[in-house]
Design a protein around this ligand. Sequence first.
Ligand code: SAM
Length: 318
Amino acid sequence: MIITDSYSRIFKTLRVSLTNTCNLACTYCVNENADYKQVSKFENQILKTENLLEIIIKLHKILQFKTIRLTGGEPTLYKNIVPLIQQLSSLDVKIKLTTNGFLLKNLIDKLNINELDSINVSLDAMDEDIFFRISKRRSLYKILEGIEAAKSKNIHVKLNAVILKNINSSQILPLLEYSFSKNISIRFLELMKMGHIKDGNFDNFFSQKDILKVIKSKYEFKKILREDAATANYWQTKSGNTFGIIANESEPFCADCNRLRLDSSGNIFGCLSSNTPLDISQIYENDYLLEEKLNLAMAQKQVLKFTGSNLSMLEIGG
Ligand code: SAM
């Protein structure tokens, strides 16, 4: 079965959202002014882990992923994450995790080396008050502990930091210095128009150009070639340290996007811009029907740029 489109795009990365709940409440994900509790629009029938695993294995059999990334919401809140990772690690594919790091140390203690290929930890500030302003939790030390725990097991760690003007833009250099000192690669993310910020206030947007200007005040650097289907642009400093920027707004990377998303109810999405879930939970064993849904998911992909989403990353899976 070959799923592709007129731009020759294929699915090579599967992002699995294990839950739509999170133990942080970052301002860009959760609307702190809303008078309702954010609830999932789709994940009302959470699959048993064995069914979720069956779906992942089936998709992998057809699409031969290079990477399966576990994300959410906060994936470390998923009760069966340890057995799930154990089972997935037997597949011939890189298993990666994206986490806020709050519960990472607990998880690392339970995993065997080699089960996870790499971990992306989201860390928006090195200053406790600024971290609190964004995440509404005083948990910076726990995240740094989680990073150390992963490194002590030789798991490859990368950092992701969403940069918001006048909120944590002062943290670009401290985050960079921390990552250089720990020999960890860091990517700065431009804010994306998702969920409650889609049509609202985007005043905090801090562009790739703005980020580079801040870094230039301290470091000299040169651009490195972007790999196919990579989400980030990368630069290298004179002393050999690298950093990346995911410039979703200023330099969209839809043209060679290879990502497919699956949530824990068995809905697939071909694009972050799409609000239409394609439910495969009841049909994944039927190749004909599955092919149809995968083609629909491929057709959801944008050609030029991300056009915004009514769903926050929390809901569709980061
Ligand atoms: N809870 C995990 C975490 O914090 O890494 C995984 C899910 S989280 C939604 C994945 C990533 O999406 C995080 O790095 C987060 O900062 C980023 N993110 C969420 N909403 C965003 C937005 N509107 N624009 C840019 N990045 C966003």
